[in-house]
Write a protein that binds this ligand. Structure first.
Ligand code: NAD
Length: 493
């Protein structure tokens, strides 16, 4: 006779109960995690939802948190195999619907480069870390065995930036669900429609396959007040913040544990030993990506005097258009605003993620078709250096020595501890700058994006938690450690 484990019986009973409670009629094997398709009821949808189904769409924070709490409890009764299915469903939607969703994101936010929007979603679909990142630590010795397991927090409050509304939500969702959590997201108001639409697609797919709704819940009319409500809500146990300095400061004051993926201002240093053509190609590739919207993108370049002329010529050969120092000053005055309350200068929102042609028009100049980056000489003290400009206009600063270049680079990074880049063939220089910068990501001889899984080894992500120290977030970031100890037993050697 076949042996049925207690665990299997418990899961089967639980599945039946959940189907009765939710009205869901799909079938999922607790062993394999595979599901039979649910019957079709509505045109264009195979999802059979109970009347109360919301697919993650909420205007009220309390309702969203309550629904996400139920969803998380249901998830915890499922196997890891089913969490994997949930992650795969979100990844598949990102890949299969990248063109349409990318277009919707662009149409709503009007930020960045249209053609890069689908690419970003495909990358999430291909690389967002999921269940495969979950692992258990074990200690085995004279006193028995101890397991350290990564447990979920429950409901996570999520803030996403306008610069990558759906990519951040999707990437966070895969990470968080893999770890056994659900989430309630307050998206940026200017990217709320694409966030809500994406969440709806994810929840519909999750509901159809697993019978769980609202794992990815979104506030459809987000405000600063609704963000604050999430920050204060007693059933939200962890915060995950991706955005600029204001929201990071607000979350840190909430009294809750907050994982903060805050601003960056990545400097690049080019020394005399660098392969200048490779450096120019890499700077161009990294800085122009999505019109420099990425927090990780190259924002200012320090070049030693010895190779200054050759490096600027290499930038032009790579396709960048050179501006005069006067034109850089003119753009600085128009596109960068002074900091308030002693803060750093900041980008004028009107020009964030704008196409190079917009800046050419401001200057009244013609640039060749296909040119994706403008650059020019500035002093180290310049608005384009101080501000995280998020525009394809990159200041280049001539330095008397490598040491001066690194000193300026450290200063321009403002202690964010985010990302820095060096182009050099000298290991001593790499070590010197790596130590001086102390950034979460340090890229050598590649574009900055290589440090985030795009062209370099390792996984990538859309939340790079620098100030709070988690680095590029993975499912393990969204877990808490629990220890299980068997004293004097179960060690088998
Ligand atoms: P933003 O700071 O204007 O907004 C980010 C989010 O915070 C939005 O959802 C916004 O509604 C919310 N918000 C802002 N102030 C708030 C407050 N006081 N209380 C509650 N919520 C508040 O930033 P943005 O323009 O949307 O995104 C760009 C910024 O995000 C850049 O600084 C960029 O470097 C940073 N970013 C960082 C990472 C990372 O991984 N470190 C990734 C993407 C973007």
């Amino acid at each position: 006779m076949t042996q049925v484990s207690d665990q299997l019986v418990r899961e089967m009973v639980q599945n039946v109960l959940e189907r009765v409670q939710t009205g869901w009629s799909g079938r999922v094997s607790p062993v394999t995690g595979t599901a039979a398709p649910a019957p079709v009821t509505a045109p264009g949808s195979s999802v059979v939802a109970p009347a109360a189904s919301r697919f993650g769409q909420f205007t009220d924070v309390n309702e969203a948190v309550a629904a996400a709490t139920n969803a998380q409890r249901a998830l915890m009764r499922r196997s890891l195999a089913q969490r994997q299915i949930a992650c795969d469903l979100i990844r598949q939607i990102c890949i299969q619907q990248a063109d349409r969703l990318g277009e919707m994101e662009y149409e709503e936010t009007r930020l960045g480069h249209r053609a890069h929007k689908p690419e970003k979603l495909v990358l999430v679909g291909q690389t967002a870390p999921g269940v495969e990142f979950m692992k258990t630590e074990c200690f085995s010795g004279d006193h028995g065995i101890t397991l350290e397991e990564h447990a979920p927090w429950g409901v996570i409050g999520v803030i996403t930036p306008v610069t990558h509304s759906l990519p951040t939500l999707a990437n966070n969702a895969v990470n968080m669900i893999a770890a056994g959590n659900s989430l309630v997201c307050n998206p940026h108001p200017s990217g709320k429609r694409i966030a809500a639409h994406g969440a709806k697609l994810f929840n519909q797919a999750l509901y159809e396959k697993l019978g769980i709704d609202n794992l990815v819940s979104v506030i459809t009319e987000p405000t600063i007040e609704s963000a604050q409500e999430i920050f204060r809500h007693p059933d939200v146990r962890l915060l995950s913040i991706t955005g600029g300095p204001g929201v990071v400061a607000a979350a840190m004051k909430s009294g809750k544990r907050a994982i903060c993926a805050g601003p960056g201002n990545p400097p690049v240093v080019v020394d005399a030993s660098a392969d200048l053509n490779n450096a120019a190609r890499c700077i161009y590739e990294g800085a122009v990506y999505d019109n420099n919207l990425l927090c990780i993108s190259e924002k200012q370049v320090y070049v030693v005097a010895e190779v200054w002329d050759a490096m600027l010529a290499a930038m032009e050969a790579a396709g960048a258009c050179r501006l005069t120092p006067q034109q850089m000053d003119q753009l600085g005055r128009l596109c960068i605003e002074p900091g308030t309350d002693g803060g750093h200068a900041r980008a004028n929102r009107k020009f964030v993620g704008a196409e190079p042609q917009v800046f050419a028009d401001l200057l009244g100049i013609t640039i060749p078709a296909g040119c994706r980056m403008l650059f020019g000489q500035t002093p180290h003290e310049h608005p384009f250096v101080e501000a995280e400009q998020m525009m394809p206009v990159i200041p280049f600063i001539r330095c008397e020595s490598f040491e001066q270049a690194v000193e300026f680079a450290v200063d321009s990074e403002h202690g964010f501890g985010h990302t820095s880049v060096i182009h050099s063939r000298l290991v001593d220089h790499m070590t010197y700058m790596g130590k001086a910068m102390d950034t979460t990501i340090f890229v050598k001889n590649g574009p900055s994006v290589a440090g985030d899984g795009s062209g370099g080894e390792g996984y990538g992500g859309y939340s790079i938690a620098c100030s709070t120290g988690e680095g590029i977030c993975t499912p393990l970031t969204y877990t808490r450690l629990r220890r299980c100890v068997m004293v004097d037993n179960l060690r088998i050697i």
